[in-house]
Design a protein around this ligand. Structure first.
Ligand code: AMP
Ligand code: ZN
Length: 484
């Protein structure tokens, strides 16, 4: 085990990069805001989850023992609306997309958290917490709903840095339409409306507001004060600000010491949206023949506090970067090496390792970590050309590559197996394939047939058909295709 290094992370709460100091030495308690399971996860969501995955793998490789929680939001306005539109109960709807999320996690190689929890399994705990807020004057009931009284928590705004004036202006700060004392107060419990799922509570039947679930589940599983809380930057306000308020108002303790926020993923420089047609789920990309390794590589290649501009061209480049790493691994493995040693190269390996770990330790600078690996790859390739790479260097490089891969998870990934076992790899509704994507899938199918992997070939053909592409194999061994 290499010597421990100090890890620095940018903390949204203190607006500074600070050393990570868990309350209990090497045990680190961490909560991540997960997916609202009203639809398939999109690549923006997965940017956040890949960043968290890399952070967690890095912390583990540095000797931390993690206690991690990831939630699925399975009750909120969007859930209810989408389930109704699909003609399903909210529970059935959530089940479908929770399963799809599990398949996506598997496909992308995201480590499973210690606790993968769903909001509706914690309703009694939420009710109990809201009762404590009401009893202590931090919340009030009104027409069967309960609101948090923001005026009762003077530290409100400390995470987002929102000036109180902005919040007092009377602008709506939440999307609910119930009676409250002040516009900035937020809902903890929503009175029942016809057609919505409801649970009994001291305020009558209803359902929890969105924010309360994360406070209650995280504190129940990790304690009232824990080390690290993660999510996309869009959650800083109001979601995380509200989590702090409703937690600290009761406990009087610091709810979370470090806040880790991942900047947004954009597509071709714009916000991803279905109406702009630049909306990709993971399964859309898989259906276009892109691989888990390339997608992971791309999402990890930009440090989490910078926006990531996603393009298909960028994804292609990421796929070829992964190919370069694999080609190097193979070359190194197969090279016939003579006796000897190359002290210069050994020094380069040691410094690459330091640079790799040092970059990650500096606010998870994934770009710096990748640059360290690629620089070493160049030096090692040159040494191989000159027959100046020997057994000790090969072993040291293989050790570093395996350390790298235990964190980035892109080299030793059986992409084809991942694609084959993808839970439900069909493209999400409404997606169409560009010509280029069709060609890609056909090439992939051709390769599968040459490998006599007919199961995969059939699956790829089925994917094409699902997207309205008719494939014809001519007698001359050519493949033709057209749109239905
Ligand atoms: P949601 O399903 O909307 O609750 O989002 C699940 C997670 O994905 C949250 O942590 C969000 O902050 C994050 N997220 C949503 N959209 C994006 C995006 N475009 N880029 C990065 N993270 C995102
Ligand atoms: Zn949350």
């Amino acid at each position: 085990m290499p010597l421990p290094i100090e890890i620095f992370l940018y903390n949204t709460l203190t607006r500074a990069q600070v050393p990570l100091r868990p309350a209990e030495d090497s045990r680190l308690r961490m909560y991540t805001c997960g997916l609202t399971v009203y639809d398939y996860g999109h690549i923006g969501n997965y940017r956040t989850f890949v960043a968290v995955d890399i952070l967690q793998r890095f912390l583990e490789s540095e000797g931390y023992q993690l206690e991690s929680v990831l939630n699925l939001t399975d009750i909120d306005d969007k859930m209810i609306e989408r389930a109704q539109r699909a003609g399903r109960s909210v529970r059935e709807h959530a089940e479908i997309f929770a399963r799809a999320f599990a398949a996506d996690m598997e496909f992308l190689g995201l480590r499973r958290p210690n606790h993968l929890v769903r909001a509706t399994d914690f309703i009694p705990d939420m009710i109990a917490w809201i009762e404590r807020l009401v009893a202590s004057g931090h919340a009030y009931a009104s027409q069967g709903s309960v609101y948090f009284r923001v005026a009762s928590f003077p530290a409100y705004g400390k995470l987002s840095g929102k000036p109180l004036a902005e919040l007092q202006s009377g602008a709506r700060v939440d999307s609910d339409q119930y009676e409250k004392e002040e516009a900035r107060d937020f809902v903890l419990w929503k009175a029942h409306k016809p057609g919505e799922p409801a649970w009994d509570s001291p305020w009558g039947p209803g359902r929890p507001g969105w924010h309360i679930e994360c406070s209650v589940m995280s504190m129940k599983l990790l304690g009232e004060s824990f080390d690290l809380h993660a999510g996309g930057a869009d959650l800083i306000f109001p979601h995380h600000e509200n989590e702090i308020a409703q937690s600290e108002a009761v406990t009087g303790r610091t709810f979370v010491r470090n806040w880790f926020h991942v900047e947004f993923l954009l597509v071709n420089g714009e916000k991803m949206s279905k109406s702009l047609g630049n909306y990709y789920t993971l399964r859309d990309l898989a259906a276009q023949g892109f691989h888990a390794s390339g997608i992971r590589y791309l999402l990890a290649s930009v440090p989490h506090r910078r926006q990531l501009n996603f393009t298909l061209e960028g994804l292609r480049q990421a796929e070829s970067a992964v190919e370069r790493l694999r080609a190097f691994r193979d070359r190194l493995r197969r090279a016939a090496l003579g006796p000897g040693a190359n002290p210069d190269l050994e020094a380069a390996i040691a410094s690459a390792e330091l640079r790799f770990r040092g970059s990650l330790a500096e606010n998870l600078n994934t770009a710096g970590a990748l640059a360290a690996i690629f620089d070493l790859l160049r030096s090692a390739n040159q040494a191989l050309d000159r027959e100046a790479l020997f057994v000790p260097e090969r072993e040291a490089i293989e050790r570093l590559l395996s350390r790298f891969d235990s964190i980035f998870g892109v080299v030793e990934t059986d992409d084809r197996a991942r694609l084959e076992s993808y839970g439900d790899g069909s493209p999400s509704a409404g997606s169409t394939l560009a010509d280029e994507a069709v060609e890609r899938l056909l090439a992939e199918r051709g390769a599968a047939r040459r490998d006599r992997n007919f199961a995969l070939a059939d699956r790829l053909r089925a994917q094409l058909e699902a997207a309205g592409i008719v494939v014809e194999d001519t007698r001359e061994g050519q493949v033709r295709w057209r749109r239905k």
